[in-house]
Design a protein around this ligand. Structure first.
Ligand SMILES: Nc1ncnc2c1ncn2[C@@H]1O[C@H](COP(=O)(O)OP(=O)(O)OP(=O)(O)O)[C@@H](O)[C@H]1O
Ligand SMILES: [Mn+2]
Length: 547
């Protein structure tokens, strides 16, 4: 508000001043020059005022608005490595911007692709080579240590908490892992559908088991079964449809809006970014590959706009269908963002692609609890969240239930790893099933805003991991496995996605980004374990190349 009023004061002042000048009998050319100079001065003034409005005031410090400038508090708390890692990392990669993120401009790993960075090219090449040889054997050695040795190391580096956790919370080795069916004492009917069976076998510690047999069946059914009814899902910011198939099978549909190569618009915040149906598909596959198994199965499918949507819709949704100037059938539905004629979803010419996520058990049957994510972003374009300004934020979170015990804080670390890999900055809330209590996994839902910026690694998504300096040993092992090969994460995901009906799912740079980001996470963990002393690349004989 105040920026608007100060602008109008300046404008009023300026116009009066200009009209006085013009009344003074100057020649046309002089008038022009004077007018132009005044305009330039005013413009500069406005910029200064606007810039000041961009900074909020907190205590005696000026807080930068959107991480464009340095953090106020860029010293880490005793157990954290976030700020130090960010600084060290940005120093190393010459291609960095100064906002806690890493920008790459090429389609390859990007380190040597900065325009005009010829001088750096050679050193970058050397660095790149070094990095290729870094197998993180220091981390693997660390994991060989017994509890007593780990404890000794922890005291040596003066960490309050253990970084790599392999106890119950860490490794997910569960004796007791009841399913929904067991807790609710439901016997599965002989003629139960695959979705019912899937929903009933959801257990306290995972959505589906390692040896699950229903996921692929569900993917296949959602991709091929006839669609009998379509309604819009209410709530949420963007358009989603509930798809009904025969025998109670249901899916949550998100339509394709853009071609695979389209990147997040540079001036869009994470909270105004469009959702991408292919990100939902890819995120499910990635979650499964990483062994989390906390995301519902998602498949791609092409629909016939007329026979599979228009003819199956009714009511409010039906009213939003129209024929575009190029004779395609379109609709826009009703929602808070992007549900109007200019953001309509159109057939091409009559086919529409989308993602289909298997439906969660109904809320009546298996109620869910919605949690605010402790590291949620400020959904305000000029405000910062607490975790961005407080060096000791993690020690605050560690005290608060349910993060003070059990698996939950480790789950948030996994989520941070998962979101950093996909580039998803939109994790404001998460959900758990109430009937499992607090010691249960958080669902990985809503990944439509992942995979938007393949040439940019957003370090702030890793803040939970780097501020807490903690990770499950099993997660670390998985990352190391993909890093050291023989099958890189990009290759594993590429292969997994090939089976989807609308493959290829991801633009190649998104896949390449995954391998780059795995390495960044590993470096962050190394910083946590070694407290910034970087023994890994120099003091360690990490040169046996087994990739
Ligand atoms: N597979 C699913 N089955 C049933 N319900 C789901 C499923 N996935 C998500 N939901 C529910 O739908 C809600 C909205 O989904 P989602 O978050 O993907 O949409 P959104 O438009 O991005 O919402 P928001 O804008 O609030 O983030 C979720 O909070 C969740 O409760
Ligand atoms: Mn969302």
């Amino acid at each position: 508000m105040s920026s608007i009023s100060s602008k109008s004061v300046f404008n009023g002042f300026g116009s009066r001043f200009i009209s006085n000048m013009f009344g003074g009998g100057l020649k046309l050319k002089e008038r022009f020059v004077v007018g132009f100079s005044i305009a330039a001065v005013l413009f500069t003034l406005l910029l200064v005022v606007d810039l000041q409005m961009d900074f909020g005031l907190s205590g005696h410090h000026v807080i930068p608005s959107h991480g464009r400038v340095r953090y106020v508090n860029d010293v880490d708390g005793p157990g954290a490595a976030y700020n130090s890692f960010k600084k060290r990392f940005l120093q190393k990669t010459h291609s960095a911007s100064n906002n806690g993120s890493i920008e790459t401009t090429g389609a390859a790993s990007g380190l040597d692709k900065v325009p005009g960075a010829k001088l750096n090219k050679k050193s970058n090449e050397i660095k790149k080579k070094e990095e290729e040889h870094d197998d993180f054997s220091d981390l693997m050695d660390y994991m060989m240590l017994g509890s007593a040795e780990r404890e000794k190391h922890r005291i040596e580096v003066d960490r309050e908490h253990i970084v790599i956790q392999r106890s119950m919370e860490g490794d997910l080795v569960r004796v007791d892992n009841p399913t929904i069916a067991e807790i609710k004492k439901i016997k599965i009917r002989k003629n139960a559908t695959n979705l019912e069976r899937f929903q009933l076998q959801i257990s306290q510690h995972e959505l589906y088991g390692k040896d699950d047999i229903y996921v692929n069946k569900l993917l296949q059914e959602m991709g091929t079964q006839p669609i009998i009814h379509v309604v819009q899902k209410t709530g949420g910011t963007q358009l989603k449809l509930i798809i009904d198939y025969p025998r109670g099978l249901q899916a949550l549909f998100k339509p394709m809006r853009f071609p695979r190569e389209q990147q997040t618009l540079p001036n869009h915040f994470y909270f105004t970014d469009f959702e991408r149906h292919n990100a939902e598909i890819a995120a499910f596959h990635l979650d499964r590959l990483l062994g989390f198994r906390r995301a519902m199965p998602v498949t791609g499918r092409r629909l016939n706009m007329t026979t599979e949507l228009y003819q199956k819709a009714e009511g409010e949704l039906l009213k939003t269908f129209f024929v575009s100037p190029s004779d395609n059938l379109c609709f826009h539905g009703k929602c808070t963002y992007y549900c109007d004629t200019s953001h309509a979803i159109c057939g091409n010419p009559d086919m529409l692609e989308g993602s289909f996520a298997a439906f969660l058990p109904s809320k009546d049957f298996a109620p869910r609890k919605v949690w605010r994510h402790p590291w949620r972003r400020s959904y305000h374009k000029r405000r910062k969240a607490q975790w961005e300004t407080e060096a000791n934020y993690c020690s605050v979170v560690r005290e608060i239930p349910p993060y003070d015990q059990g698996r939950r804080l480790y789950d948030l670390m996994d989520m941070s790893v998962f979101d950093f890999l996909t580039g998803n900055m939109d994790r404001h809330h998460y959900e758990t099933f109430k009937l499992f209590g607090n010691d249960t996994f958080p669902l990985h839902l809503d990944h439509g805003r992942g995979f938007g910026k393949p040439f940019h690694d957003e370090l702030s998504i890793l803040a939970p991991v780097l501020q807490c300096c903690m990770i499950r040993q099993s997660t670390l092992e998985t990352l190391l496995k993909f890093h050291n090969g023989p099958v890189k994460l990009s290759a594993a995901l590429r292969k997994s996605l090939e089976r989807d009906p609308v493959a290829p799912i991801l633009w190649e740079p998104h896949l390449e980004a995954l391998d780059r980001r795995v390495q960044i996470i590993l470096k962050g963990i190394r910083d946590c374990v070694q407290k910034g002393e970087d023994l890994g690349s120099e003091g360690n004989d990490a040169n046996e190349d087994d990739t």
